[in-house]
Design a protein. Structure first.
Length: 108
């Protein structure tokens, strides 16, 4: 599930395979060109998605964080920390996005 792409992204990947290949290579280069470990990079990417108001990315990065070993209360802390940066409505939105993945895991 963590590697499943949304339909729109999958269509893009199929229509533009060369662009997708370079996009993936850029992502790998960015992750490998710094000192952060994978687990920390996952949390940072979740925080960036939350701050950017990117629902799909927040869902995807929350799933990837869980796969990397982050616990639900640690991920919820991201939403709490967002409170003083993006405001109460943004923090509540983030809490919903992050929490949906936790509910999905317990339901399935």
């Amino acid at each position: 599930m963590a590697n499943e792409l949304p339909q729109a992204v999958e269509r893009f990947r199929k229509r533009h395979p060369d662009v997708w290949k370079h996009y993936e290579a850029l992502g790998l280069a960015c992750q490998d060109d710094g000192p952060l470990d994978e687990r920390t990079r996952r949390l940072v990417k979740l925080a960036l998605a939350v701050g950017g108001g990117l629902e799909g990315a927040a869902h995807a990065h929350a799933r990837k964080c869980r796969a990397a070993g982050w616990k639900d209360d640690e991920l919820e802390h991201v939403a709490l920390l967002a409170l003083t940066t993006i405001g109460f409505p943004g923090a509540m939105r983030a809490s919903c996005w992050i929490g949906e993945g936790a509910r999905d895991q317990t339901a399935g």
